[in-house]
Design a protein around this ligand. Sequence first.
Ligand code: PLP
Length: 330
Amino acid sequence: MKDFNTFPRRVISHGPTPLESMPRLSQELGCNLFVKRDDCTGLGGGGNKTRKLEYLLAAASDAGADTLVTIGGLQSNHARQTAAAAAKFGFACELVLEDVEGTPKQDYYNNGNILLDKLFGANIHYLEDQQDCLEFADQLMISLAEAGKKPYLIPVGGSNEIGSLGYVRCANEVLEQIRGQDIRLDQIVLASGSAGTQAGLLAGLIAAGADIPVLGIAVSRDTQAQQTLVQSLLEKTLEHMELDPELAKGRVVADGSYYGQGYGITTPETIEAVTLCAQSEGILLDPVYTGKGMAGLIDKCRKGIFSAGKNILFLHTGGSQGLFAYREVF
Ligand SMILES: Cc1ncc(COP(=O)(O)O)c(C=O)c1O
């Protein structure tokens, strides 16, 4: 295995982020619930992408880039954190953003993450209906290069084997914190989208020889599609760390029962989860990712799938800035 500390990294995040208990939510649901506060990573409002960007920015710098280009939905937290990181390290930032059908519209175009993208000085390309974001981004890379810039393309969600390293690091942080607090975890739960967070976390646990089960609640895909995506990135991440990709076997578990009608479209259970966490723990979740992840966790506690007294860690991946784009659904 490659020495993890030799992967180039730009230190951005506040860390270690706290690992706290959630006593009032635990009482309500019957399991011992803990939360890893990666909503508090510090950069431009925080969230999981900050950890990925530590490695992606190092790669961009090594490639001699002066401009970061990335892709996402109009309310992408990844785009917001990329814009903030670009501002902090003096890169230009070009965001290719697409509308998401079925989302509430009163604040979607001007508030939440998009407001912050503009504040961080990003240049935003709004895609027209039917335009393919990957094709658009490829074309943009060409035009920027022709104009004498040195663009670096960060994939959707920062999810490749470089970005995932941020969550290998987080896995080590969690293992150290549970040892220090004398907690034996039975389960980790998180919201899973472009898969880098779950894949990185699993790679970190595997590398450390820890067998804590990780459940990814899919925010936009069915179980099989999400598992396939995570599996593929986990194998690539293990290879990048010079570990045997076979170690991924049997480790990827996702659940596609909670995403409702699609990416960015809230469900009644999501709204309940966001409200319950706010009112029992003073913790802000988000309507697109962590609200769905927490809805899955709540459902599994209530149904006894997570049995009473189990120690469950929810990885809070951030995103509460998106709440302000979804005012009318609350
Ligand atoms: C708040 C939040 N949680 C979870 C995720 C999902 O992370 P990943 O794309 O690594 O699966 C994202 C991705 O954008 C996010 O913004």
